[in-house]
Design a protein around this ligand. Structure first.
Ligand code: CDP
Length: 232
């Protein structure tokens, strides 16, 4: 086994399928950089909402958002319990997780100029390998040559229940039905968009974690990483 070799790990899947939780934990365990590509789309959605270019009730203004992109700077800051997303230097980590941003993000992620700008940034972040990135198109478009690819799913109801608990624990006033509706709408938008739709890469290992605990899925991912490394 070549434990010194740094690889690229791509974790894709449906909304709220537990990708981020297990990707973050694996990165911490093996000392890799973790990048939440969804947070980058959420940051662009927030910047667009603040500029009045999209809202939960208004389709995105594609030209306006394309013109806004050069002034959108996205970065991450590592904290003791995870990481914060910075939008032009401002910590927007809590705000980008709101249901309002979740309602705007998938339409924003269909815009070609947005995808091109973010995919370029993501590829630059992965140049030196040693990275775990999660999202929708990481194994298919961003890093098609990643040595390890996982595609995550769970039933829509399980995923909505997990996200509802996460939001309620943070004090958000949302209902389970609203979250389920958002999960299903985003699945549909993500799967049917023209550019890099949500797909399982042919060489990805599929995981349905509907019946798994967080510890079980973390262990499953670490075992897979060890197998992949041993096979190189
Ligand atoms: O955490 P959750 O599963 O709710 O979603 P996320 O990873 O934060 O991603 C939010 C949205 O960004 C997704 O529903 C997609 O529309 C979009 N996205 C994308 O198009 N491509 C990516 N690589 C990551 C996210």
């Amino acid at each position: 086994m070549n434990s010194e070799k740094k690889i690229t790990i791509a974790i894709d899947g449906y909304s709220s399928s537990g990708k981020s939780t297990m990707a973050k934990q694996l990165a911490k365990t093996i000392g890799y950089r973790y990048i939440d590509s969804g947070a980058m789309y959420r940051a662009v959605a927030l910047a667009s909402m603040r500029a009045g270019l999209v809202s939960p009730h208004k389709e995105p203004d594609v030209d306006g958002i394309t013109a806004l992109l050069p002034s959108v700077d996205i970065d991450f800051e590592v904290t003791c319990d995870g990481q914060n997303t910075l939008l032009n230097g401002e910590n927007v980590e809590a705000e980008i997780r709101s249901l309002e941003v979740s309602s705007c993000v998938s339409p924003i992620a269909t815009i070609s100029a947005v995808r091109h700008a973010l995919v370029k940034m993501q590829r630059d972040m992965g140049l030196s390998k040693g990275i775990v990135m999660d999202g929708r198109d990481i194994g298919t478009v961003v890093f098609p040559d990643a040595e390890m690819k996982v595609f995550c799913d769970a039933s829509a109801e399980k995923r909505a229940a997990r996200r509802f608990k996460e939001l309620s624990d943070k004090g958000a006033s949302v209902t389970y039905e609203e979250v389920l509706e958002n999960v299903k709408t985003r699945d549909y938008t993500d799967e049917t968009r023209d550019e890099s739709p949500l797909r399982c890469a042919p060489d990805a290992v599929r995981l349905d974690n509907s019946e798994m605990t967080i510890d079980e899925q973390n262990q499953w991912l670490l075992n897979l990483y060890n197998e992949v490394l041993a096979s190189l």
